[in-house]
Design a protein around this ligand. Structure first.
Ligand SMILES: *Cc1c(COP(=O)(O)O)cnc(C)c1O
Length: 372
């Protein structure tokens, strides 16, 4: 058997029995939609993150859409999105007729560049758009620079949203992801740091009132009477089965975060003299959704590792402003050169909490052979 890129089976071996029991419990109760398991998981996740205003939903893309709906954004409104991210970060807004305005990232963290954002806000106003929200992405697991982005958002009266699909479990100092912006959204897609066995997502809202609004929007815009729908919403719910699975995984999540730190530290120790290894800012804890190198000969190393049975991945080969469905949206006039060069030079290595030292040594040795 080859080396997996993300080894979900290793976790399954550890948690299998407990997860099977949790599933059995839901099957016995039969409360598949909005059952007890969903309520329990939301409370547990809120406790973990340090924000009680958790609303689970069907996936991380819907979570973004729900925030835009809760804030009443629509045509003529602009949201500021890094050009270097997964497509959902822009797609969710375009569906509502909102304009994603692409800004550049920083070369060291791959996260939104505050200077590029400032310029984009001015330019959006100049073309007649209404700037409404900053959508920062915590790429590869490290939180964006929320202290800096928060000041810009405040100065311009913008909402700050953290797309934390990759960073749940991360932190800035003692504040966990989920508490760093006005709203945070996340995904429980199986390969994310906290993944379920299908699709799932959540919104962390700023207060109880907004949480109730998001909850209503996720359930067809329901009011206090079940069949009095007071607004247009979505059908976007986390299944009870997925919530039960997530509750079991959450019990070992903090420990898995520590295991990820060790795996990342071993890569960095062995490789930092050969290639550009990930930079983690002082006081930041990455959730290490990905361990991503930067190097000129990306294709060479990718091909070499492939021959040796080591899987790698390129997140992302094209920035959003270069994708055919997205290239008609506005881009900051100073350009997104860092996003474009990152798309050509990044390479993600196998990364998960259960990566064994012996296997990691083999991966490292192949990289050393190629680079040496
Ligand atoms: C995975 C991901 C999403 C979307 O999550 P889904 O649950 O797959 O809808 C959004 N943004 C980023 C940055 C992601 O990595």
């Amino acid at each position: 058997m080859g080396i997996p890129f993300i080894d979900l089976q290793a976790q399954r071996l550890r948690l299998g029995d407990r997860i099977n029991q949790a599933i059995e419990k839901v099957l016995a109760r039969g409360d598949f939609i909005q059952g007890q398991a969903v309520k329990d998981f939301e409370r547990e996740l809120g406790d973990f993150v340090g924000n009680p205003h958790v609303v689970s939903c069907a996936n991380g893309t819907d979570a973004l859409t729900l925030v835009a709906m809760a804030e009443n954004l629509g045509p003529g409104d602009a949201v500021f999105v890094p050009a270097f991210t997964f497509v959902a970060t822009a797609e969710a807004f375009l569906l509502l007729g909102i304009t994603p305005f692409f800004v550049d990232i920083l070369p060291d963290t791959y996260n939104m560049d505050p200077e590029s954002l400032k310029q984009a806000i001015v330019e959006a106003r100049a073309v007649g758009l209404r700037p409404k929200m900053v959508v920062a992405v915590d790429l590869f697991g490290q939180a964006a620079d929320y202290p800096a982005l928060g000041i810009i958002a405040q100065d311009n009266d913008l909402i700050l949203l953290a797309d934390a699909a990759q960073s749940l479990g991360g932190a800035i100092k003692s504040k966990r992801v989920g508490t760093l912006a006005d709203y945070t959204t996340t995904s429980f897609f199986p390969a994310k740091p906290l993944g379920c066995y299908g699709d799932g997502g959540a919104v962390f809202a700023p207060d109880e009132e907004k949480a109730a609004l998001v909850r209503s929007l996720a359930q067809h815009g329901k009011g206090s009477e079940k069949y009095d729908n007071v607004r247009i919403g979505l059908n976007s719910r986390l299944d009870s089965l997925q919530a039960a699975i997530l509750s079991e995984k959450l019990k070992v999540f903090a420990e898995e975060m520590d295991m990820r730190q060790k795996v990342a530290a071993s890569y960095t120790q062995a490789l930092h003299n050969l290639v550009t290894t990930p930079y983690v800012k002082e006081g930041y804890v990455s959730a290490w959704a990905q361990y991503t190198l930067r190097l000129e000969n990306r294709e060479g190393l990718k091909g070499y590792l492939g021959q040796k049975g080591v899987p790698t991945a390129v997140y992302y080969p094209l920035p959003l402003n270069k994708q055919s469905g997205y290239c008609s949206n506005p881009v900051v006039s100073s350009g997104v050169a860092v996003s474009e060069s990152s798309a050509q030079t990044v390479l993600s290595l196998p990364m998960h909490p259960y990566l064994e030292e012996g296997v990691q040594d083999v991966i490292i040795a192949h990289i050393q052979e190629f680079m040496g």
